[in-house]
Design a protein around this ligand. Structure first.
Ligand code: SF4
Length: 313
């Protein structure tokens, strides 16, 4: 069953240098009880896509299309209705918890907030629920540590606190943006394991944004790959890892350390000035005449795989 359905989403914003087409005609489904990885190089539009779902983009952004969630089009709700969905139905876990946590409030109080805001609990009950969440996130001595401030927590512990806040109200969907960025490798794998456990236990779905294919391979059921503001491939993670379709995806896999770290030649285009035809054509080893002039649509290939490439037309 589809939980969230994005259709023809465009998120454009105006800068002094021109119009940035950060998300261009994106259509994507997130199913119930699945973890979908959204992968791509920095600046390809992944974070803007997540912020578009939550309607957290600045006012100079033009967002068009449809984002269906539990019978509502999120783009048509008013701000009050949207506030009710954020944190309660759709939660966010962003990178760099130090800048997301309030430095002058204790961790316990910050994790109590969603219980008071969305569940109408009084502080004493919310505090007890917050301590239970911190325990579920495997923070040792949660009753004592809940009284500490963010600067007294290590990076890994702060991310555990953010995960506690995100999951506090049992959201149906979690949007996690590079949740392990900046953490030591051993802490990264602990956080990944924790997220996998908590998300599956609660029957939630998760969209995890990452540039790290190893994280996607560990956590995801399916993967969507973005390039230059567009989705270029969607597939089961096992199919992607064994036999990627789109030439960009093949390049991504070849660039992994275990595959020889062969870089993809060239750079991603500016989102202000994207190439005509297939946006990947200046870097593609299979580029044909058609690729320079025509824009490829997404083709259904096999096993639910979709690929934006004329090789599959
Ligand atoms: Fe390469 Fe052409 Fe496919 Fe684009 S459409 S990825 S340029 S083969």
């Amino acid at each position: 069953m589809t939980l969230l359905s994005i259709r023809n989403l465009k998120s454009y914003f105006v800068t002094r240098d021109g119009v940035v087409k950060a998300v261009n005609q994106v259509s994507l489904d997130i199913f119930e009880n699945e973890t979908l990885g959204l992968v791509g190089e920095s600046g390809c539009g992944k974070t803007v896509l997540a912020l578009s779902i939550l309607r957290l983009l600045s006012e100079n952004t033009v967002v068009e299309g449809k984002i269906s969630f539990k019978g509502n089009d999120l783009l048509r709700l008013n701000e009050e209705e949207m506030r009710d969905i954020r944190g309660k139905e759709i939660a966010q876990i962003f990178q760099n918890p130090l800048s997301s946590l309030n430095p002058v409030l204790t961790i316990g109080l910050q994790v109590s907030e969603p219980f008071m805001l969305h569940r109408g609990m009084k502080l004493a009950d919310a505090w007890q629920s917050a301590i239970s969440m911190l325990r579920a996130a495997k923070i040792p001595s949660p009753a004592e540590r809940g009284k500490e401030y963010p600067h007294q927590f290590s990076g890994g512990m702060r991310q555990r606190a953010m995960i506690s806040m995100g999951l506090a109200c049992n959201p149906a969907l979690i949007l996690a943006d590079e949740p392990t960025k900046g953490l030591d490798v051993t802490i990264q794998s602990q956080i990944i394991e924790l997220m996998r456990e908590l998300v599956k236990d609660r029957g939630a779905s998760m969209l995890i944004i990452t540039h790290d294919l190893a994280v996607a391979a560990e956590l995801c059921d399916r993967i969507a790959v973005m390039y230059s503001g567009e989705i270029v491939e969607v597939s089961e993670i096992k199919d992607f890892l064994s036999n990627p379709g789109h030439p960009y995806c093949r390049g991504l896999l070849r660039s992994l350390p275990l595959n020889g770290m062969e870089p993809i030649p060239g750079n991603s285009p500016s989102l202000i000035d994207v190439p005509e035809g297939c946006r990947f054509h200046p870097r593609c080893e299979y580029a044909m005449e058609r690729c320079r002039n025509e824009h490829p649509e997404i083709y259904e290939v096999e096993n639910g795989r979709k690929t934006r490439c004329f090789l599959y037309a």
